[in-house]
Write a protein that binds this ligand. Structure first.
Ligand code: TMP
Length: 303
């Protein structure tokens, strides 16, 4: 009789034979998978970043796609070029700082606070309405990684909670999911920056605490929310991210089970130092992979 754990060597074989998959320590990965398979869907929670993790980094032509904040860059540029340029200038200045190998996280944090603060200030000042932002999302260049839609639906079908932990803008993710999936699946929860609207449905503030790339950990998780009770017994975590800021997203989920960290490396193939760094902090690194195939295979062996 076949046991569920028999699928693990097959999955490991698949992973180790993929050219774009890096796995520094296959023994540890197999051991984590074993605990997760034994625990099953009922003990599992998925914590995922959104921008350039659930969403694609670039299209087939190699053109960069949009982040949730980027929805403003593109649409505002069309309607109010002067304001649009401000979003673009901010990104040109701060994005290289976010990913700079020369600066420490401590050195980057004040810059990230200024970037997010300024960007959110521009959104609030302009008093964008909810319907305008929904239309911006419809017109945006946010694209799911191939298979990410099915991945979200399959988690929902197996009652595995999905926590989307994003330093982007939560409302934009909500509108995107509503537009692409028809509704937000019951299993899906958000920890993100939320635009608050006044009685006329105009943007008037952002939720607090502010979440930027380097505070994605227990410091911004509000434990009283009902979904924390829902995930209380979920000791096994699949963490999906694309940056160094994503690797602590599981800190704050109280438990003693393993976290399997899957990292999407969207950077240059020439930058071997950066790839090695990803290999140190993520159990599995997917190099310039536009699909959700690996994450889906992991969930399939657990179910
Ligand atoms: P995350 O992927 O870790 O959730 O981070 C969100 C990304 O959003 C991060 O890479 C920086 C980016 N961003 C913009 O593109 N434009 C902005 O105005 C801001 C504040 C952030």
């Amino acid at each position: 009789q076949l046991k569920k754990t028999d699928a693990i060597p097959l999955l490991m074989n698949f992973l180790l034979n993929q050219e774009n998959v890096l796995c520094r320590d296959p023994t540890t990965v197999a051991a984590k998978l074993r605990k997760m398979v034994i625990g099953g869907a009922g003990k599992t929670v998925v914590i995922s970043d959104f921008d350039y993790t659930l969403s694609r980094f670039e299209n087939e032509q190699g053109e960069r796609l949009s982040t949730t904040h980027g929805v403003f860059d593109d649409n505002v540029m069309r309607l109010k070029p002067e304001l649009g340029q401000k979003f673009i200038d901010l990104k040109a200045k701060y994005y290289p700082i976010e990913f700079s190998p020369k600066l420490t996280m401590e050195e980057k944090i004040p810059h990230m606070e200024t970037w997010w603060g300024t960007s959110h200030g521009l959104i609030i000042n302009e008093k964008f309405s909810k319907s305008t932002i929904e239309e911006f999302v419809r017109q945006s260049r946010i694209v799911f990684r191939d298979g990410a839609e099915d991945f979200i639906q399959s988690l929902d079908a197996h009652n595995i909670p999905l926590v989307i932990f994003s330093a982007g803008i939560g409302n934009i993710i909500e509108y995107f999911l509503q537009q692409k999936l028809g509704a937000i699946p019951r299993n899906t929860h958000f920890i993100s920056n939320m635009i608050l609207f006044d009685e006329e449905d105009k943007a008037c503030a952002f939720s607090e605490p502010l979440i930027h790339t380097f505070c994605k950990n227990s410091s911004v998780i509000q434990k009283e929310t009902s979904f924390f009770h829902e995930i209380a017994g979920r000791v096994n975590v699949i963490l999906l991210g694309d940056s160094m800021g994503d690797i602590h997203m599981d800190v704050g989920v109280e438990r003693d089970g393993p976290t399997l960290k899957v990292g999407y490396y969207n950077g240059s193939l020439e930058d071997t130092e950066a790839m090695e760094h990803y290999e140190q902090v993520y159990d599995i690194v997917l190099v310039r992979d536009p699909t959700f195939t690996v994450a889906q295979k992991i969930v399939d062996v657990i179910n």
